[in-house]
Design a protein around this ligand. Structure first.
Ligand code: F6R
Length: 229
């Protein structure tokens, strides 16, 4: 794992953009994408650049279950607003959170992922160490599945909704094993709230209790953070 601390957020996101551009220039065709506040300045950078993804595929990590696609906080809406509208990919895939059978949908999405080669995966991290919506305790062998969101994650995400009651209770997420198939992973962690999770990662622990620590088992990971350790 390569850890890069960049204190200045403007420089941090410039570096993140550079790494994505490098991947694309090196022939990456399938990009795994993430949502969340951490990604907003990065997607703004991408929108304002001349990078062209029109011959690439994108796959998103996760989607809420039961939230209408057109709801502003669905991850499809987030991605459309933040990226796809201005920077379209040849195809963009997200789990369908409105599927009548979410378990079947998770299976379909996993099959789709396995039919592609995931060249690059962008990750944020939860305060509790989750990646995607793989909460503490998730098996490192997990593939795409339906999850019950923890109170910690629902509370953290309540800032995007009118109240915590509106935050969905379930989501479909790529599993840890699905994420680990990526050839190259870029994790961005900004702000003190992420300190404990990143500390566990750089301490070299590998435990299902802190999902992000699985990245210690991957040979091609870069962690970009504004935190000093
Ligand atoms: C989003 C996702 C989550 C977020 C994490 C951090 O697709 O998979 O794991 O990356 O919850 O969210 P922010 O960036 O809002 O702190």
């Amino acid at each position: 794992m390569q850890l890069e601390t960049v204190k200045d957020l403007d420089q941090l996101y410039t570096r993140a953009f550079q790494l994505i551009e490098e991947q694309k220039d090196n022939g990456a065709k399938t990009f795994g994408l993430a949502t969340g506040g951490t990604m907003l300045p990065l997607y703004e950078r991408i929108r304002n650049s001349s990078i062209d993804f029109s011959n690439c595929e994108s796959v998103n990590l996760d989607e809420y279950v039961g939230l209408p696609k057109e709801h502003p906080e669905s991850y499809l809406s987030f991605m459309t607003q933040q990226l796809f509208k201005e920077k379209p990919f040849k195809n963009s895939h997200l789990p369908n959170g409105e599927a009548t059978n979410p378990e079947e949908e998770a299976k379909r999405y996993e099959e789709l992922l396995q039919s592609l080669t995931l060249d690059f995966q962008l990750l944020g991290v939860g305060e509790n160490g989750h990646i995607g919506f793989n909460e503490p305790g998730t098996s490192f062998d997990s593939e795409t599945h339906v999850v019950d969101l923890t109170p910690s994650t629902r509370t953290a995400n309540a800032r995007f909704f009118e109240s915590i009651d509106e935050v969905p209770e379930k989501a479909i997420t790529m599993g840890i094993k699905s994420i680990m198939r990526a050839k190259y992973i870029l994790l961005i962690a900004v702000g003190e709230k992420k300190r404990d999770a990143i500390k566990s990662l750089i301490d070299g622990n590998v435990t299902e209790e802190v999902p992000v620590t699985v990245l210690n088992n991957h040979s091609n990971v870069i962690v970009l953070t504004d935190l000093d350790f």
